[in-house]
Design a protein around this ligand. Sequence first.
Ligand SMILES: [Zn+2]
Length: 381
Amino acid sequence: MHKQTTSLLSPAVGTQRELVSFHFAPGSASTSAQSGSSASQKIYIQSSLHADETPAMLTAVLLKRRLLELEARGALAAEIVLVPVANPVGLGQYVVGQFVGRFDLASGRNFNRHFMQFPTLAERARDLLGADANRNRDIIRDLLREELAQQKPLTEFESLQLALFKHSFDADLVIDLHCSLEAVMHVYTTEAAWPSIEPLARYLGAEASLLATNSGAQAFDEAHSLIWWHLQQQMPASKPVPDGTLAVTVECRGQRDVSYEIAQQDADAIVDYLVSRGAIRGEPKGLPPLRMPATPLAGSEQFYAPVSGILVHRAKIGDTIRAGDALFDIVDPLTDETTTIRSNTDGVFYMRRAIRFVTAGAPLGRVTGTRAVRTGVLLGA
Ligand SMILES: [Zn+2]
């Protein structure tokens, strides 16, 4: 393993942050015994891009320990890049005792939204691509590398997004470890990637798997998968474009779910998955059952407070919900009036906010649903 340090753009005289990445190399057995795509497999894993999502960071710490040991035994069959602190900018944002890790205080931007797009890529690729999908993948990655090399970030925020993307754009698999506020283990990926990601959801014990090709948020995972999806839509069948990068966001439960037991379980699940993909040598562990079938992200119901008041939860995280079940009460402390919010879908109550007093319009939580009902941007701010 070697440690790499990338300096971010200095936002002000006398300040300098850096992004630290750990690079694990495949053992020598793979280079001699294997050839082609399996030998060149690259895995990119980062945690806590939303800097205040600490469970993901502890998972990365324990994952690093396992990778060090696997590398020492020559058991790695892929290049693995691990970034346990994906957001040193957000990590420094303490405001009157509160940790603000989701949004950049300088710009108000969400750290996991609006990652870069490559609008001229298809035009540039069209003449270069041929009939060999594997060769086309390499050509597209070369074009991406060139485009990234030319980018000139203006702010520290942009330089962070660019530094992360430069580590990840040529990975075959991107795992972005986050957590929610109060939540069960759940994952986000695309319909196209789901057959390949499903074993990871099983090993992790995901209680919800939410699928969308394009949520409209241009989150880190989507910024990778959409590059290839857009090219697939635009290229003729004679120029096949593979699914260059499989990408998944893993929500490691809720923000306060920081424990060695849980983090070890999640790190082990990721290792089991990498073994099943051939990225780590070994006998794949038997696949546990999928706890809940995948559902469309557009089918999950999002609840908002119709009025302000004291929020009292009527359902527990992870509960199986039927349409009509009460999820939240909002109690007005002056009139004693109670407003009950009920689910309109059958599904799993997979996440809720950590607040207990709400303002009108505040988001409250989400329940999965099998029928796509929402349109537009599918992820919240
Ligand atoms: Zn997050």
